[in-house]
Design a protein around this ligand. Structure first.
Ligand code: GLU
Length: 459
């Protein structure tokens, strides 16, 4: 391991946002690519807003996405503890250092950071009061994504509140120093804090880490303009889990939120992502959220899955929907799922797609009903086919096909004159898995009873 050390520093205050997961992923990819350390630091100084639930969700989310940390909760390292709420002695020492350097002072019970420069008083339009300002030198932030960013702090800011709690800016910088962080990769919303942070690094006489501020994630244009909010569809990691998206696909999707390789490739194994990722290739402008891309990636990953893994995931989704029991016949389930693979882009859609394989209570597609079964002659087609299927002995694709072919030859028609009608009778719709394999898997008994029922219902 070289000396590259990055940290993901979430505050566990609510549901995990996709932007938070992206910050974690980009830090993780950078650490893995550089052979450095990925540190998980929990910024839990806001007692009122932190919850155990949010922390659990965050940890579960990281594990689900396969983002393992080298140091952090459950993985103690040389720079712990990794919860800020357990680091008060460290903060007290660092605060003392600033006081000793005459860079901190008390006022109204709080401790302030003292900027360097001449002081003057000026009326502030926003605060509607006279405030003390400092004629400071501008701070130059070297940002890997944005280049040089110049900002100026002109007012002293709080290091420790009057209730004794340290401020976010203070603990964030102290921990980056104490944990020997070399690169700070975080959302663009923190860019406005970075000048404060650089002032603090300078006061401690520590060279600031390199910064990389990631672009905001923008709403899907269909949903409106501006930054994606927690209420937007697709904003929360829990939603992807509940919808049974594959974590590998979600991870791939998140990687493309602001980063892209120099070519058109979209599907990346984790090894490829790690070797091709670079902060220099992260865009400055907002990253557009595109739900269709998520579905497309999920489809690609579902297609590429080994059947056993597909069955495992598919079963979970079917059990969850109540369509099947845990004890469902394994070989039938496997046969059905083998037909479904490559046909749908999400396990979320599997119960709807495959319901008729497991239950007689499935939805009837009205469009298909009008187009196929309510057409003149459709029921006669089923009636003439019925006896042909009844006599099929070994119920397999070849024999089923022959039954159709023989009938078609006699009537001087193509077998396709029957296929959609039979598909509708068996499944209630006009699309689905390949037709003959579907008839084979669903079984002779079910096929015949559904033909019978359809003839009765529509005659
Ligand atoms: N706790 C901060 C947040 O969740 C961390 C900011 C940083 O990465 O420096 O936004």
């Amino acid at each position: 391991m070289n000396n590259v050390r990055v940290r993901f520093a979430p505050s566990p205050t609510g549901s995990t946002h996709i932007g938070t997961a992206r910050t974690a992923l980009f830090n993780w990819l950078f650490a893995r690519k550089e052979g450095g350390a990925f540190v998980l630091r929990i910024e839990d100084t806001d007692k009122e807003r932190n919850t155990q639930e949010a922390l659990n969700e965050l940890i579960e989310g990281l594990k689900w996405l396969g983002l393992d940390w080298d140091e952090g909760p459950g993985k103690e390292g040389a720079y712990g503890p990794y919860f800020q709420s357990q680091r008060n002695d460290i903060y007290a020492q660092y605060l003392q250092t600033l006081k000793d350097k005459d860079r901190a002072y008390e006022k109204d019970g709080a401790v302030f950071f003292k900027l360097e420069g001449d002081r003057y008083t000026e009326y502030d339009d926003y605060l509607k009061a006279d405030v003390e300002k400092v004629d400071t030198k501008p701070v130059v932030i070297e940002d890997i994504i944005r280049g040089k960013v110049t900002r100026r702090e002109e007012r002293d800011f709080v290091l420790q509140r009057s209730n004794g709690d340290p401020s976010f800016h203070f603990v964030n910088v102290v921990d980056d120093i104490a944990m020997k962080i070399t690169h700070v990769i975080r959302g663009e919303d923190h860019l406005s804090n970075t000048s404060k942070h650089v002032e603090l690094f300078n006061a401690f006489e520590v060279e600031p880490p390199k910064f990389a501020h990631l672009p905001m994630i923008l709403k899907n244009p269909k949903e409106g303009k501006g930054k994606m909010s927690k209420r937007d569809k697709g904003a929360l990691i829990s939603e992807y889990r509940e919808r049974n998206f594959l974590p590998e696909a979600v991870r791939n999707f998140i990687a493309l939120l602001g980063w892209s390789p120099k070519d058109d490739q979209e599907v990346f194994s984790i090894e490829e992502l790690t070797s091709r990722f670079s902060l220099e290739d992260v865009q400055k402008g907002g990253a557009r959220f595109d739900e269709q891309k998520m579905s497309h990636l999920n489809f690609e990953y579902m297609k590429a899955m080994p059947l056993q893994a597909y069955v495992l995931n598919g079963k979970r989704s079917l059990v969850k929907s109540g369509l099947i029991e845990e004890s469902t016949d394994a070989s039938y389930l496997e046969a059905v799922l083998a037909l479904c693979q490559e046909k749908i882009d999400s396990f979320e859609n599997l119960p709807g797609f495959a319901a008729y394989f497991f239950s007689d209570q499935y939805e009837i597609n009205e469009k298909a009903e009008n187009k196929v079964i309510k057409k003149e002659g459709a029921i006669e087609r089923l009636q003439e086919l019925q006896p042909r299927l009844e006599v099929v002995q070994a119920w397999n694709q070849e024999n089923i096909e022959s039954a159709f072919n023989e009938l078609a030859a006699e009537k001087q028609l193509k077998p396709f004159a029957w296929y959609p009608i039979v598909r509708f009778a068996v499944s209630g719709t006009n699309s689905g898995p390949d037709f003959l394999p579907m008839l084979e898997v669903i079984g002779k008994e079910r096929v015949l009873s559904r033909l019978e029922k359809t003839i009765a219902n529509y005659s």
